[in-house]
Design a protein around this ligand. Structure first.
Ligand SMILES: Nc1ncnc2c1ncn2[C@@H]1O[C@H](COP(=O)(O)OP(=O)(O)OP(=O)(O)O)[C@@H](O)[C@H]1O
Ligand SMILES: [Mg+2]
Length: 270
């Protein structure tokens, strides 16, 4: 996919929950140094599971990588604890914006700054985060539980940023947000990638947006990668146009949340 050496490689990984529920059935993908890669797929395909396999968070859900390997900067990480993986600089922004509700926005960000020792001072990193998210600076003293959905999403991204990430795993950052906010957040994500050179693996239901932001994408179905390629090529693919871009067009009239519900219902019906 790229001449650069990948920072992250998944080699044919298999994941089981509770030792018996086979969810990922041999997933291979890679993220190049400094790149943004999108991981697409319907509800239940295994996208979040893939991110959790990388960050090690599977452990908290009695899930395990039972075959294959995950390599980050040439080092195998699939048997490491989530804390160890976070120390290496891999941060997953999980679905659903988990802020510390009783802390202020700035306190939330400061927590991120303590996750990993780094050369820049906490104050410098805070200023860097505020330069990307001026809205968070304005609201720095607001208790995070009272912040809007968009502000909470910015807070969790900012919190990860405070820890000088070497790889960010974003799970549906647009979920439930208004279109203008989605645009704002995605512009910032793109700038973080371009200006801070942070590699990003992006799971996103808004396929049109994902294929615009990420130059390369993988499509997952039922625990397997069924297609991958440059986004420009995928955009022309009839299956992608029908199933994903068709739904996304519908989603612009409805809300993205309702598209997700629609997909969920569809899954139950089949
Ligand atoms: N902790 C768990 N225990 C058992 N099965 C699980 C667990 N977490 C997820 N699964 C199952 O694994 C499959 C993949 O789930 P996953 O959350 O990875 O999908 P997804 O692609 O992220 O879907 P969505 O778009 O709905 O977020 C689903 O069938 C789900 O029910
Ligand atoms: Mg998910």
């Amino acid at each position: 996919m790229s001449a650069q050496k990948p920072i992250l490689q998944l080699h044919n990984i298999e994941v089981k929950y509770h030792e018996v529920i086979l969810v990922l059935k041999g997933v291979s993908l890679e993220v190049p140094e400094g790149g943004i890669v999108a991981l697409l797929g319907a509800n239940g395909a295994g996208k979040s599971t893939t991110l959790k396999a990388i960050s090690g968070l599977l452990k908290h859900e009695e899930g395990r990588v039972t075959d294959g390997a995950i390599e980050f900067r040439g080092e195998q990480i699939h048997r490491k604890d989530p804390e160890e993986i976070a120390k290496m600089g891999i941060y997953q922004i999980i679905e659903g914006r988990r802020v510390f509700e009783h802390l202020t926005i700035e306190e939330n960000l400061r927590v991120g700054g303590h996750l990993r020792g780094n050369s820049q001072s906490l104050k410098e990193r805070l200023e860097m985060v505020y330069s990307y998210f001026p809205r968070l600076k304005e609201k720095r003293n607001l208790v995070a539980g009272f912040a809007s959905g968009g502000e909470q999403q910015m807070t969790v991204i900012g919190r990860a940023l405070m820890a000088s990430p070497k790889l960010m795993l974003l799970d549906e950052p647009s979920m439930g947000l208004a279109p203008l906010l989605i645009k704002e957040i995605f512009e910032i994500i793109q700038r973080l990638n371009q200006e801070e050179r942070i590699p990003i693996l992006l799971v996103e239901q808004n396929v049109k947006l994902a294929l615009t932001v990420a130059p390369y994408a993988y499509v997952m179905e039922n625990g397997r990668i069924v297609m991958d390629g440059p986004s420009e090529v995928l955009k022309q693919n009839p299956d992608i146009r029908d199933f994903y871009l068709g739904l996304t067009d519908l989603g612009e009239r409805k809300s993205f949340r309702s598209v997700k519900h629609y997909k969920r219902r569809k899954r139950w019906l089949t």
